[in-house]
Design a protein around this ligand. Sequence first.
Ligand code: 13P
Ligand code: SF4
Length: 330
Amino acid sequence: MTELAVLDPAIGFIPEEIDPTLDLFDEIERLKVEKNAILLAHYYQEPDIQDIADYIGDSLGLSRKAAETDADIIVFAGVHFMAETAKILNPSKKVLLPDLNAGCSLADSAPGDQFEAFVKAHPDHIVVSYINCSAAVKALSDIICTSSNAEHLIRQIPEDQPIIFAPDKNLGRYLSKETGRDMVLWDGVCIVHETFSEKKLIRLKVQHPNAPVLAHPECEEAVLRHADFIGSTSNIRRYARESEATEFIVATEEGILHQMQKDNPNKTFIAAPPESGCACNQCPHMRLNTIEKLYLCLKHEQPELLMDEVLRLRALQPIERMLEMSVGVK
Ligand code: 13P
Ligand code: SF4
């Protein structure tokens, strides 16, 4: 079978051959039980990983799950900032990420030092940061939010309090419009959600006039303006389940279509088309995780997410504030 690599912190990647006779699904299940590990997966993971996960969710659901689990090991099938958040919330657990290089364009757009200067340049502003950011940016923030709870949180901030919103300018612009709040926006975008083509979306709507367009708020304004529903991945999934419609156009990373199709075998889901004919509606960071890397990660209990305790405690406060302020939000 494919030669894969397992991370050794001292020497980098070393190749490891996986026995081709192994059933990796059985092996992962066995290792999960043996090691008292929980596998948390985001909707943008490949279908095989979603199928073997103990919990699949959006960023809010995954954070809540990571905070409350009593497993000894959290294997995070998602990206780096998600695993980091799990470690911040539940530091006594061993947190593993199948590929430590699974980053995020939004998190990368806001390096800690530049963000610190930006915050200093806007004194008296409350800093609301989208969870898709590094621990360093979280530590400089007052409140963390996700796409499920952002509007709910911003509505709780006094009207005369100026706000910085980072790092996603598309989500920030959408929230400004919804809440009527003027916000200073950091200039970051998600490389996946900015690829959807408005022109192709309009063409698709003409071909499928009865299909509601379900879009993630990380999409550009030109795409959001054609949406019938805008929400987080979990809320897009819920909408499709509860709707009477039988076909839907979905403008977010296409990994979510797997659960939507499983929930609704008789409904049709059409992925909104990207600008070029590429597979750019698949997140290259999320897709670094594979079932093989997941197996090796559980077997060797690495790569492990480690964090400086001072940074962790500073980053914890705005995340805890988010959880307190969004009790009951789905
Ligand atoms: P949610 O699943 O919280 O909607 O976030 C989407 C996303 O882009 C995660 O990286
Ligand atoms: Fe980051 Fe976008 Fe990938 Fe989500 S889909 S991890 S926001 S790059």
